[in-house]
Design a protein around this ligand. Structure first.
Ligand code: FAD
Length: 515
C-alpha cells in the first residue's frame, strides 16, 4: 500500500482547509486531501456574505460584532474566541481582497456591505451594514481565490481522496488513511500534524441545505478515535429553504428587503420580533414559521410560507441576487419579481463539532488537554464562536479566521516537531471494514451520519432547557443556573457519554435574548 509523507496534512479543501494550507505552506511541505475537487466544496455555495466591521457604509466596530455574536449564540459562545474572530475578521477580509477576491463595491470603490440577520450597531440598537459580499457568490469567490493562491504557493493536492481513518500513535496524531476514489486503493499519509476541515453534517436531516457530501466525515472519524464532540445538540435551521427541497434562499434576499408572509399575506415577523422583523436570528424566524404553520396560517394550510420579493425593484433582484433568481426559476418555475417564493425551514449549520482552542488545536477532554499534532477548523470544528446559534455571515468569518490561525499554528508546530512513527499496519482497521462492505463510500458516510445523529440526539435529550437553536417544548426557557455550559460527547462502546465544561465569559454577561 502506498505511504506518502508530508509535514502537514489538511483534510478538506473548503474555505477553512484552503486557508489553513495557504498559511501552513510557507515553510512546510503541506498536502491537502479532499474527497471533492477543491472548488466543488460547500463553501462555494455561500451566497450571503462574510461579516466584518469594516464600517464602509456606516460606523461599525468589532465590539458590536462581538456583542451580536455572543447574544445571537444565546450566551453559550466562548467570548475569548468571539473577540478574536470579530477583531481579526477585518484584517482577514482585507487580506482576501489583496489576494484578488472580486468583492462588490460601493460607488467610491470600497468593499460593499449589506445588513444581515442579527447584526446590529451600538449593542443591539438597529441593523447595521456589515456583510461584505461578491454579489450572491461570496463563497464561490473565496474558494476560487484561495485555490489559486494555494496552487501559486506549491501546495500538493490529492483530489478525490476520501479520508476514512485518523492515525494516532504514542498519544499524537501522525497521519490518516484515505481511499483513492478513482482506483479504490488505500493510501497511508504519514505527517507530523493533521488538520481536519471536512465541513458539516446536515445530511442527518431530511430537509437540508447541505450538499449530498456533507456527511460529517472528519467528525465521525475523530469521534470513533476517542475524541469528544462538543455542543452537538445545537443545529441551526435556516428559515428560507425552497419548499420540499431544502435548497437555500440566502438571507440576503431579506437583507435586500424581502418579506415573509403567511396565508393571509400578513408580515407575521412583526408580531414575533418587532425591532428586527424579518431579519431576526435564524432560530427565531424558523420557529416563527413553524408556529404560523402549526396554527393553520401556512399557505393553503400546508407546511410552508411565502418569501415575497415582488415589491422590490427588479433591477435590485437581478443585480444583487442573480443566483437566487436562477434557482427559483430552475427549481420552481417562478419569476421572483412577479410571484412570492414558497419556503420552509431547512437544516443548515452545525454549531457543534470537534472541540478546539483558539489556535485550532484539538482539545480532547473537558480540561482542554491538547492532543498533539491534531488540529481542526471550519464547520467540523467547535471553537465555540457560535455558541447555541450562529449568525448569518459568521461561518465564512469563522472558516477564514480560524483556518488562518490553525494553519499558522500547524506550520509552526511542524517546524519543531519530529515525525511520530506510524502505528503497526496503519491500514489494517480500514481494510477490515472494507472487507465487510459494498457501496463502500456511501457506507462509510452513513456510518458517520449515524454516529453524529446519535451524538446530536443524546446531547439534545440531556439538555433540559431551550437555548438558541435548541428548543424544547417541555423546557421552553433558558436555564443559566443549570445549563450555561458546553457539552462534550464521547463515543464509548456504541453509546455517547456526556461530560460538561464551562463557557468562557469575558465582556458580556448573559441577558435575555430579545430583538
Ligand atoms: C447553501 C449554503 C449557503 C451558505 N451561505 C453562507 C453565507 O452566506 N455566509 C456564511 O458565513 N456561511 C454560509 N454557509 C455556511 C458556510 O458556507 C459553511 O459553514 C462553510 O463554508 C464550511 O466551510 P468548511 O471549509 O468548513 O467546509 P466545506 O466548504 O464544506 O468543505 C469541506 C471539505 O472537506 C472535504 N471532505 C469532507 N469529507 C472528506 C473526507 N472524508 N475525505 C477527504 N475530504 C473530505 C470536502 O471535499 C471539502 O473539500 C452556507 C452553507 C450552505 C450549505
Amino acid at each position: 500500500m502506498p505511504v506518502h509523507q508530508f509535514d502537514g496534512i489538511i483534510v478538506g479543501a473548503g474555505g477553512a482547509g484552503l486557508m489553513a494550507a495557504l498559511q501552513a505552506s510557507g515553510s512546510a511541505r503541506i498536502a491537502v486531501l479532499s474527497k471533492l475537487y477543491p472548488t466543488r466544496s460547500h463553501t462555494g455555495t455561500a451566497q450571503g456574505g462574510i461579516g466584518a466591521a469594516l464600517g464602509n457604509l456606516e460606523e461599525d466596530r468589532w465590539e458590536w460584532h462581538m456583542f451580536d455574536t455572543v447574544k445571537g449564540g444565546d450566551y453559550l459562545v466562548d467570548q475569548d474566541a468571539a473577540e478574536i474572530m470579530c477583531r481579526e475578521a477585518v484584517e482577514t477580509v482585507y487580506e482576501l481582497e489583496h489576494m484578488g477576491l472580486p468583492f462588490s463595491r460601493t460607488p467610491e470603490g470600497k468593499i460593499a456591505q449589506r445588513p444581515f440577520g442579527g447584526h446590529t450597531k451600538e449593542f443591539g440598537k438597529a441593523p447595521v451594514k456589515r456583510s461584505c459580499y461578491a454579489a450572491d457568490r461570496t463563497g464561490h469567490m473565496i474558494l476560487q481565490t484561495l485555490y489559486q493562491q494555494c496552487i501559486r504557493q506549491g501546495v500538493t493536492f490529492f483530489d478525490e481522496y476520501h479520508v476514512v481513518d485518523l492515525l494516532v500513535n504514542q498519544g499524537a496524531a501522525c497521519g490518516v488513511v484515505a481511499l483513492q476514489i478513482a482506483t479504490g486503493e488505500l493510501h497511508t499519509f504519514h505527517a507530523k500534524a493533521v488538520l481536519f476541515a471536512t465541513g458539516g453534517y446536515g445530511r442527518i436531516y431530511k430537509i437540508t441545505s447541505n450538499a449530498l457530501t456533507l456527511t460529517g466525515d472528519g467528525m465521525g472519524v475523530a469521534f470513533r478515535r476517542g475524541i469528544p464532540l462538543e455542543d452537538m445538540e445545537f443545529f441551526q435551521f435556516h428559515p428560507t429553504g425552497i419548499y420540499k427541497m431544502g435548497i437555500l434562499i440566502t438571507e440576503a434576499a431579506r437583507g435586500e428587503g424581502g418579506i415573509l408572509r403567511n396565508k393571509s399575506g400578513e408580515r407575521f415577523m412583526e408580531r414575533y420580533t418587532p425591532t428586527l422583523k424579518d431579519l431576526a436570528p435564524r432560530d427565531m424566524v424558523s420557529r416563527a414559521i413553524y408556529k404560523e404553520v402549526r396554527e393553520g396560517r401556512g399557505i393553503d394550510g400546508k407546511d410552508y410560507v411565502h418569501l415575497d420579493l415582488t415589491h422590490l425593484d427588479p433591477k435590485v433582484i437581478h443585480e444583487k441576487l442573480p443566483d437566487i433568481t436562477d434557482f427559483v426559476e430552475t427549481y420552481l418555475g417562478i419569476d421572483p419579481t412577479k410571484r412570492p417564493i414558497p419556503i420552509q425551514p431547512t437544516a443548515h449549520y452545525a454549531m457543534g463539532g470537534i472541540p478546539t482552542n483558539v489556535q485550532g488545536e484539538v482539545v480532547a477532554d473537558e480540561k482542554n488537554t491538547v492532543l498533539a499534532g491534531l488540529y481542526a477548523a471550519g464547520e467540523c470544528a467547535c471553537v465555540s464562536v457560535h455558541g447555541a446559534n450562529r449568525l448569518g455571515t459568521n461561518s465564512l468569518v469563522d472558516i477564514i479566521v480560524f483556518g488562518r490561525r490553525g494553519g499558522k499554528a500547524l506550520g509552526e508546530f511542524v517546524k519543531r516537531a519530529p515525525f511520530v512513527p506510524l502505528p503497526e499496519k496503519p491500514e489494517a482497521a480500514t481494510a477490515a471494514r472494507i472487507g465487510r462492505l459494498q457501496e463502500l463510500l456511501e457506507a462509510f458516510e452513513l456510518e458517520n451520519l449515524l454516529d453524529l445523529a446519535l451524538a446530536t440526539v443524546t446531547g439534545a435529550l440531556a439538555r433540559e432547557e431551550s437555548r438558541g437553536a435548541h428548543y424544547r417544548e417541555d423546557f421552553p426557557k433558558r436555564d443559566d443556573a443549570k445549563w450555561l455550559r458546553h457539552s462534550l460527547g464521547f463515543l464509548r462502546e456504541g453509546r455517547v457519554e456526556l461530560r460538561y465544561k464551562p463557557v468562557a465569559i469575558t465582556r458580556f454577561q448573559p441577558q435575555e435574548r430579545k430583538y
